[in-house]
Design a binder for this molecule. Structure first.
Ligand code: FE
Ligand code: FE
Ligand code: ZN
Length: 226
């Protein structure tokens, strides 16, 4: 199809959509209300009630994110011992053991945050953490050179830390905005520990991965010729 024909076809398509849209009563609603009206029309009663979160207020978003983090931290309490066990470097093992203890503290802090809010302590499956842990377990199962596998474990762990840093940065700010001062402080403490864990992993990656030793033989000799 020539460009001109494509342009006309696109125009026809979009004008047909526009005409349909203009006839629809949803035209008179803003995009958010239209989306809700659409949902209410098409979703069966049960689906509206089950599994769909209400996000009308910042507080609702705050609680929703806290539940995600609460579940994510609990998943990590189970996963970190496996990562410690799978690591070959003693320093890396130690780092995971230390972060496991910190992570148990993160769970407790979230419980205090729910309490300050007067909300029931409840998690909601964090699909992202499930996926990140799943990727990490692929590395743990891999065959290969110990230090390369350690480097892979570090990558997986840093992805986890970055996810948590994003989550805690947001809920800390929400707590501040909502005047939950005690919670804002607790969430900041956890955020700092996640950042420190990430920094430590950066440092360990440099110590553990000795590029010269891990290069293909030809590449190593080429780089030592330089
Ligand atoms: Fe954590
Ligand atoms: Fe999540
Ligand atoms: Zn962490």
């Amino acid at each position: 199809m020539s460009c001109e024909a494509l342009r006309i076809a696109n125009f026809k398509n979009s004008s047909a959509i526009h005409a349909h849209f203009l006839r629809s009563p949803r035209f008179f609603l803003g995009p958010v209300q239209a989306h809700r009206a659409y949902n209410n029309q098409t979703k069966p009663e049960t689906e509206r009630k089950r599994g769909i979160v209400n996000l009308e207020t910042l507080k609702e978003l705050y609680v929703n994110e806290l539940r995600d983090l609460y579940n994510a931290e609990n998943q990590l309490v189970k996963a970190l011992p496996k990562m410690a066990k799978g690591a070959s470097s003693d320093e890396l093992k130690e780092a995971f053991e230390k972060h496991l203890e910190q992570t148990k503290g993160h769970v407790q802090r979230l419980e205090e945050v729910f309490e300050e809010l007067g909300e029931k302590t409840k998690g909601k499956t964090c699909q992202a953490m499930k996926g990140l842990i799943e990727e990490g377990s692929e590395v743990l199962k891999a065959d290969g050179e110990d230090s390369v596998i350690d480097a892979g474990i570090i990558v997986a762990a840093q992805k986890v830390e970055h996810y948590e840093i994003a989550g805690y940065g947001s809920v800390r700010t929400f707590a501040q905005l909502l005047g939950q001062d005690k919670s804002a402080e607790l969430l900041q403490q956890t955020l700092d520990e996640e950042s420190e864990a990430n920094e430590l992993l950066n440092k360990l990656a440099e110590d553990i991965v000795n590029p010269e030793a891990l290069m293909e033989p030809e590449m190593a000799s080429a780089s030592s010729d330089r």
